[in-house]
Design a protein. Structure first.
Ligand code: MV4
Length: 458
């Protein structure tokens, strides 16, 4: 096992990794920007190294500075966390070339999944259902028309180098196809430096359901069920839950087994997530994330498996200590991503935390690097806390989440807590009747109600 791990990240995920290392008796090295000198991840870690100025490009994305920090501290392994360098194949390669262990999959698997066309092909070949569309990049209008004749309209043009919703074009009919193809290709080149685009049938009101897997690279592969992440705005998740209100045990077992077999055949190693669109009772693979995810705690809460600990064990060469039969799904978990943002406009709201009180009690978990007096920098992601609640049933979980959101005091900044309170008490959420468009439609209905009020006042 490693003696020392460098955590190449900040905020709540850096603390999450620190906690796993501590419990495993592994020393920790924090890296930080000048702006983050007083951050909690720096205060907790055994050692800390400043790797550059506030701008991420010069600090948390600064590969030479991070490798130097690993060298001077005699680090064994590097955990990239989420975002930043976590899915950068070049970073994974450099880490290994410098004699450190990358806590994550191989650079080859990161590359394979980073390209959405090769990712889909790899999964389709291995029996995982994918969205109908082009199996290869589309370059000409003629090719696009041919695929459109098979998929029908509406269809979606996506960038192969994209993901997370950037650079997509919805096409309603053939009159718009040529122009949309040109726009998509130009944007793909501009945003991702890869002009390859592909076509999919546009699914109208899908849920976003993802499957968590763990693979040791030695034949041991398990799934930890699904997470329903459909409550999103502009591709930013706000609430995630497990299990999904849309699935039963039989459906979970079926899709989970398909994922496990594909991932084993790929020779994949580490934690990973297969993202699906779920529509009319069917799963369609769209992307695979080759990192741990922000919402991993909901899977931990219902399985009792420490996913970060498993990532570290796998990277150190251990086989999985658990088999699929050891995974027992227990109760229900919901995560609220609490952002330092206005709860209606989502404008960032950085600032200094005044009073700070975290909720507690049975089934309540807070993953956060906040503390009273902490100054939230404006340079980074606005996620400041994750409130994760577990209950025996979905209903118990929602009741508990209600009281935990009410207990949580974060003064000095605006947060998304009021919106999350409203959403979890909405009839649609209570019934589990939502899809990826629900939140935007809800926000729009709030705006319309407001403008009607203004009209009647005038
Ligand atoms: C789709 C889709 C409908 N049909 N693909 C957006 C983000 C990226 N991960 C995939 N996305 C979508 N792909 C087909 N063929 C609808 C979306 C989509 C979406 C997906 C997941 C979560 C939220 C979303 C919001 C809008 C659109």
């Amino acid at each position: 096992m490693f003696e020392k791990v460098l955590i190449a990240n900040r905020g709540e995920i850096a603390l999450r990794i620190y906690r796993a290392c501590r419990e495993m008796g592994i020393g920790t090295v924090a890296v930080h920007s000048t702006e983050d000198q007083h951050a909690m991840h720096v205060r907790l870690a055994d050692e800390a190294v400043c790797i550059g100025p506030a701008a991420s490009a010069e600090s948390y994305l600064n590969i030479p500075a991070i490798l130097s920090a690993a060298t001077v501290t005699n680090t064994d392994a590097i955990h990239p966390g989420v975002g930043f360098l976590s899915e950068n194949e070049n970073f994974a390669t450099m880490v290994e070339e410098h004699g450190f262990t990358f806590i994550g999959p191989s650079a080859d698997h990161i590359r394979l999944m980073g390209d959405k066309i090769t990712a889909k092909d790899a999964m389709k070949e291995r029996g995982v259902p994918v969205v109908p569309g082009s199996d290869e990049a589309i370059s000409t209008f003629e090719e696009a028309k041919k695929i459109a004749a098979e998929t029908g309209y509406p269809l979606l043009i996506k960038a192969s180098g994209g993901g997370g919703g950037r650079g997509m074009q919805i096409v309603e009919d053939e009159s718009r196809l040529e122009e949309a193809l040109n726009i998509a290709q130009r944007e793909a080149e501009m945003f991702f430096g890869n002009k390859e685009v592909f076509i999919e049938k546009y699914l109208l009101n899908p849920r976003h359901i993802e499957i968590q897997i763990l693979a040791d690279g030695q034949g041991g592969v398990i799934h930890l069920g699904e997470r329903d992440c459909s409550i999103q705005r502009r591709h930013q998740k706000l609430i995630e839950e497990a299990p999904s209100p849309a699935l039963n045990a039989e459906m979970r077992e079926k899709i989970g087994t398909l994922c496990v077999n594909a991932v084993r055949d790929l020779g994949y190693k580490g934690a990973g997530t297969l993202e699906f669109l779920y529509s009319n009772g069917e799963f369609f693979f769209i992307e695979m994330n080759t990192r741990i995810q922000v919402e991993h705690p909901v899977s931990e809460m219902i399985t009792g498996v420490d996913l970060i600990r498993e990532q570290i064990r796998i990277a150190s060469g251990s086989k999985l200590s658990i088999t699929q039969d050891d995974i027992v799904f227990n109760g229900h978990a919901i995560e609220c991503r609490i952002n330092a943002e206005n709860p209606r406009t989502f404008m960032p709201s950085p600032g200094t935390i005044g009073d700070y009180h975290i909720p507690g009690g049975l089934g309540v978990r807070v993953d956060s690097a906040l503390y009273a007096g902490y100054k939230i920098p404006s340079h980074y992601d606005s996620l400041v806390s994750k409130l994760i609640v577990h209950g025996k049933t979905r209903n118990e979980c929602i009741m508990r989440l209600n009281r935990a959101l009410k207990e949580y005091v974060i003064s000095g900044i605006e947060t998304t807590i009021p919106l999350q309170s409203d959403v979890i008490n909405h009839a649609d959420f209570l019934n589990g009747h939502y899809n990826v468009h629900w939140l935007e439609a809800y926000l729009k209905s709030l705006e319309e109600a407001e403008s009607n009020l203004e009209d009647s006042a005038a």
